[in-house]
Design a protein around this ligand. Structure first.
Ligand SMILES: Cc1cc2nc3c(=O)[nH]c(=O)nc-3n(C[C@H](O)[C@H](O)[C@H](O)COP(=O)(O)O)c2cc1C
Length: 388
């Protein structure tokens, strides 16, 4: 087994072992990728303080997200097509999250279905919902998540319409991949991926195929998204969905303080400050830059989580010290999965936990819940001064 020291090591293996079409789907942002890039580079602008001569023994990363105990303030984000990065990917990632004691979020656009994941795990997971035009399908999807005992609904608000990612068009992204001379040549060098894929029956969109009238093969994500996703989503519909669900709700994709206030008003258990990992509005602020104005806007009325750009435990530490209750990781766990399956996701979580633990200690703190803005050096103009 190769020596893995950081998420980048897993990313390199992911690139080598997974078909180009799926690696590119993961490792890209929309249009010029400005927001995708700044999600990570903006984290580097915040610095951690170093304190000495304090007792650093008996440390703990344990905390809570939406009232649920977590081993560290990190959840696995919903990632479409996870089961194409590695056979049975969603099940393996959910099992790794369960072992580690952090929440797993299943995407609507997953390969393994809600029922598949429920049957192969024992800890309740979270379900991410894309809102569809077909109300019956939406209702059935929510009922299926309830039947699977999902413990929170994560409603994604920033993808009513799909941002363009150039590589997906160029690669002809589909699940399963269409066999062309180009894709076959690529698959020939990823034989281990192909062998595992041949051994599983889960190769299509598990939550959709067979569950949507008239749709038997939504193999192209792009065309299905443009046909089925509801571009008319508004706060009223969000309230209706919330009522239909009746349990804990996280509103995902908030980047503007006004939207954050609306989300708090509609009532939810947490908002997730996110720009979809730079895959939607290119030119939007990085999530970490957007965090502070949002925290001020909601003033503790609702729990605030953050994702987009987290590649290390230090990044989590910075977000939490700034005031986020928890964080989500997308690509960081997908790199682990594409590199080494379940073991790789466990490795990604271990890497992040270790980085967070040691950096917290070097800040002179023993508990993650004691970290605060006092542990950070934040540039004065970090949130930016913009004309109204
Ligand atoms: C390959 C990929 C697929 C994604 N699919 C979904 C999805 O189906 N639903 C959703 O709400 N977010 C989706 N996201 C966004 C993630 O939930 C999360 O917001 C993002 O990955 C965070 O950024 P990070 O990858 O830099 O950690 C996806 C992200 C990636 C990278």
């Amino acid at each position: 087994m190769p020596v893995i020291t950081c998420i980048d090591d897993l990313k390199r293996l992911h690139k080598r072992r997974t078909p180009k079409m799926f690696y590119d789907y993961c490792e890209s942002g929309s249009w010029t990728e400005q927001t995708f890039r700044e999600n990570t580079t903006d984290f580097q602008k915040i610095r951690l303080k170093q304190r000495v001569a304090v007792d650093m023994s008996d440390r703990s990363l344990e905390t809570e997200m939406i009232g649920q105990k977590v081993a560290m303030p990190v959840a696995l984000a919903p990632v479409g097509l996870t089961g194409m990065q590695h056979a049975d990917g969603e099940i393996l990632a959910a099992q790794a999250a369960e072992k580690f004691g952090v929440p797993f979020t299943l995407s609507t656009m997953s390969i393994c279905s809600i029922e598949d994941v429920a049957e192969n795990t024992s800890a309740p997971f979270w379900f991410q919902l894309y809102t569809m035009k077909d109300d019956d399908y939406l209702r059935r999807l929510i009922e299926r998540a309830k039947a699977a005992k999902c413990s929170a609904l994560v409603i994604t608000l920033d993808l009513q319409i799909l941002g363009q990612r150039h590589m997906d068009l160029k690669n002809g992204l589909s699940a399963p991949p269409k066999l062309t001379p180009k894709s076959m040549a690529d698959l020939a060098t990823r034989w281990s991926w192909g062998l595992k894929m041949l051994q599983t029956k889960r190769r299509g969109f598990g939550n959709i195929v067979g569950h949507v009238d008239g749709i038997t093969d939504p193999s192209s994500l792009m065309s299905w998204t443009s046909e089925q996703f509801d571009p008319r989503l508004d706060w009223k519909k969000i309230e209706q969905i919330k009522e239909m669900w009746g349990g804990k709700v996280i509103l995902k994709g908030i980047l503007d303080p006004e939207d954050a206030k609306m989300a708090a008003k509609v009532g939810c258990d947490a908002i997730l400050v996110s720009n979809h990992g730079g895959r939607q509005q290119d030119g939007a602020l990085s999530s970490i830059r957007a965090l502070d104005p949002i925290l001020q806007a909601v003033g503790g009325e609702v729990e605030v989580h953050l994702d987009s750009g987290i590649r290390s435990g230090q990044d989590v530490l910075k977000a939490v010290s700034m005031g986020a209750t928890g964080t989500f990781i997308g690509r960081a766990f997908v790199h682990g999965l594409g590199a080494m399956g379940r073991e790789g996701v466990e490795k990604a979580l271990e890497v992040i936990a270790k980085e967070m633990d040691i950096s917290m200690a070097l800040c002179g703190k023993r508990k993650i819940t004691d970290m605060s803005r006092d542990d950070l050096l934040i540039p004065e103009d970090f949130s930016g001064r913009w004309t109204a």
